[in-house]
Design a protein around this ligand. Structure first.
Ligand SMILES: Nc1ncnc2c1ncn2[C@@H]1O[C@H](COP(=O)(O)OP(=O)(O)OP(=O)(O)O)[C@@H](O)[C@H]1O
Length: 690
């Protein structure tokens, strides 16, 4: 084996976030690049390397990485703790610049003795520990695809989740290493995870989906044109050119085909070109051609970008098998085989079995597992054979491997790709695009407000200044508030629909929960303002409220604040409920209580002391008192008998209303519920298993 020639003059220091791969980075003397690049460091074309070769290459890859002296590599990548930045120069950047791909940083993963147990409650025995992963050891190399296969329930997804940091590290025994370093939170940010469900916005086109993802996940200081170029490259790479401007769609909305949606989903999770990719069943639900297409794309991405691809798959066809380099066969959480595809046949031969010719080796493995599972000795012989092989491999490894350096610094504050402000802009523009693509939602609510305003306007037409007029005014105000607050519940659907997308995007650090909350609030403001104006300008004058500009604008402003506060409250509830049915019931129940304690049905003075807190928490109390004061406070003189405005207001417990204080409380409701929503999203809406 030739020794790589490193130019000592190019040796680099190891800290900082300037795009370095890891602390053992060296700069390659360009004149020597091709010499050793092809002979020792480029494994991407060596899916059939034998174990010994791979081991020596693997250990070399941990020790040496290369970084190209390119301007575009500098300060693009966020710091990723001990794993350095995502890429110093991404594969796609390099392709776009026509540069040599042999110098892309890469990661080799290894799993040692990974065990994962959960506690399950059974009726017969009470809580028992169930082993979902049992002492699993495996490796995934860059430039290759490792496929996790096995019968249903064998632990494929669980294994992928453990590797991808989707299971709390505290719950796992054993360890997962990336280039010999144990993984931590920062590792998540440099890996992409494609879930089984394609959680995408149905109203965006494929190109828009990828572009929004690029704007969120690529560094803020990268030019917009470059991001667009990255998107076009991804579209070409994934074969999405023909449908790039078609809406993604879903089960209800016509859009791209299932295979194209799958590829769009893969593209949006991989647009930032993560060096490690995890995919859960990327071919599920696809016809054989689309499935092969997806796998070929992944193979190209793995090879050309030196990415490490780990995926789960059900019964891959013969042609799909050719796109996979290594397999990990699991059964009931145990490793049955781990290694290169062509070793599988030989592996089963050690059991004294002969695999028939022209049989798909994975199908054969699954059939064999099934057979053993049904036999009295169960999986034991299969597990023992694998354990014996592993022992031999471990011994070999202990001779060739040197101990790892454990002195890496973990960055306690892993950064996001772009600034909070930029995230707010991108998320707001995405929200806006989604809203404008579904105008019927806003139009129907605006139409409903108009119809109700007209109905109330005719019902309470030109109310008089007498006792009946007073009753009608208070009824109109309380009904208006009930209408505004109860109908806000429909906003819950938005977040519940988006929740999977939010989890998918934020689980890999695409953006902050706070910017998601802020952008959601910002985008809704103009729409709620329009609703407030529509309702007030029709109902206010038809009912015949005090004809003063100031009073009208104040009424409209309060209606707007009520809509804002109610929207925030509903957002908060949507964060804590599992689905719309529960959310709708909860919201309706709580809002009904708020209404009951508003002061309309029972005066504040008559509410029992132990219930008074509900009066002060009520979303109705403050606008109700403000609107009463706005109406009655503007009219001097007697309403009926010797009852003047002051008497009326004190009767409604609104005698000493400070309008600015009420406004402040409503603003606090608006901000406070959003804040609680943020807490829920940040700390409780996680896709991590315990
Ligand atoms: N939280 C849990 N509590 C108890 N058992 C669990 C839990 N999560 C998963 N399991 C069980 O662990 C086993 C492995 O599940 P996993 O989803 O990893 O299997 P899989 O191989 O991906 O299955 P499939 O191919 O059907 O998707 C299953 O038997 C499943 O029922």
């Amino acid at each position: 084996m030739e020794t790589p020639v490193l130019d000592p003059g190019f040796e680099r220091s190891h800290s900082g976030n300037d795009g370095r791969y890891n602390k053992n980075s060296f700069m390659v003397n360009p004149s020597t690049r091709s010499n050793f690049g092809s002979k020792q460091l480029d494994f991407s074309d060596h899916g059939d390397l034998d174990g010994a070769q791979m081991k020596s290459s693997g250990s070399l890859s941990r020790r040496i990485s290369f970084k190209l002296s390119l301007d575009l590599s500098q300060s693009r990548r966020p710091s990723l703790g001990k794993f350095g930045s995502v890429n110093s120069v991404s594969a796609l950047d390099m392709i776009a610049c026509g540069l040599d791909l042999k110098h892309i940083p890469y990661y080799d993963l290894s799993v040692r003795n990974l065990t994962y147990k959960v506690t399950v409650k059974t009726q017969a025995t009470g809580p028992v520990r169930k082993t979902l992963l049992n002492n699993i050891s495996a490796k995934a190399f860059h430039g290759q695809i490792l496929a996790v296969v096995g019968p249903s329930g064998s632990g494929k997804t669980t294994f992928l989740d453990a590797l991808a940091g989707r299971i709390s590290l505290r719950s796992l025994e054993g360890a997962v290493y990336a280039n010999g370093e144990t993984i931590d939170e920062s590792f998540k940010r440099l890996s992409g995870y494609v879930m089984q469900d394609d959680a995408l916005f149905p109203m965006l086109t494929v190109r828009e989906t990828l572009l929004f993802s690029a704007r969120l996940r690529l560094p803020g200081n990268m030019a917009y044109e470059e991001k667009q170029m990255r998107v076009e490259n991804m579209i070409n790479q994934l074969g999405l050119k023909r449908c790039a401007d078609t809406r993604v769609g879903n089960e209800k909305i016509r859009g791209v085909s299932g295979g194209e949606r799958r590829r769009a989903s893969i593209g949006s999770d991989l647009i930032h070109d993560p060096p490690v990719l995890f995919l859960d069943e990327p071919t599920s639900g696809l016809d054989s051609t689309s499935a092969l297409n997806v796998m070929e794309n992944l193979q190209t991405m793995a090879k050309s970008g030196k990415r490490t691809v780990v995926l789960t798959i059900h019964q891959p066809s013969y042609r799909i098998l050719e796109t996979i380099n290594r397999v990990l066969v699991l059964a009931r959480g145990n490793v049955i085989y781990h290694g290169y595809n062509d070793g599988l046949k030989q592996h089963f031969e050690t059991l004294g079995r002969t695999m028939p010719e022209f049989v798909n080796v994975i199908e054969y493995a699954l059939d064999t597992i099934e057979e053993y599972q049904k036999s009295p000795e169960s999986l034991e012989p299969l597990v023992n054979i694998q354990l014996a092989n592993k022992k031999a491999e471990d011994m070999e490894q202990s001779i060739t491997e040197t101990p790892e350096d454990e002195s890496f610094q973990i960055d306690p504050h892993p950064q996001y790709a772009t600034s909070a402000l930029s995230e707010i802009c991108v998320l707001s523009s995405r929200n806006l695009r989604n809203i404008t693509r579904t105008p019927e939602l806003f139009i129907s609510r605006a139409g409903m407000m108009l119809v109700v305003a007209l109905t109330l306007g005719t019902l309470f037409l030109r109310v008089k200044m007498n006792q009946e007029g007073v009753r009608q005014r208070t009824s109109f105000i309380s009904f208006t508030l009930a209408l505004l607050i109860f109908t806000s519940v429909e906003a819950m659907g938005t977040f519940l629909q988006e929740r999977q997308i939010f989890i998918r995007e934020t689980s890999r650090g695409a953006y902050r929960a706070s910017t998601y909350v802020i952008s959601g609030a910002l985008v809704i403001v103009p729409f709620l303002m329009i609703l407030a104006v529509i309702y007030s300008s029709v109902a206010y004058f038809m009912v015949g409220f005090v004809a003063e500009a100031g009073a009208f604008f104040f009424f409209t402003f309060i209606v707007f604040l009520v809509l804002l506060a109610a929207n925030s409250f509903v957002s908060f509830v949507s964060g804590i409920v599992p689905n719309f049915i529960v959310g709708n019931s909860l919201c309706s129940a709580v809002i009904s209580y708020f209404f009951l304690f508003s002061g309309f049905f029972i005066d504040r003075d008559n509410i029992p002391k132990y219930w008074i807190w509900l009066h002060y928490l009520s979303l109705f109390k403050y606008p109700y008192e403000s609107l009463l004061t706005n109406e009655f406070g503007h009219i001097n003189g007697f309403w009926y008998g010797n009852v003047d405005s002051n008497t009326l207001l004190s009767e409604f417990s609104a005698g000493k209303v400070h309008q600015w204080l009420n406004i402040l409380v409503m603003v606090i409701f608006f901000v406070g519920y959003r804040f609680l929503f943020w807490i829920i999203l940040k700390y409780f809406t996680k896709s991590i298993r315990k």
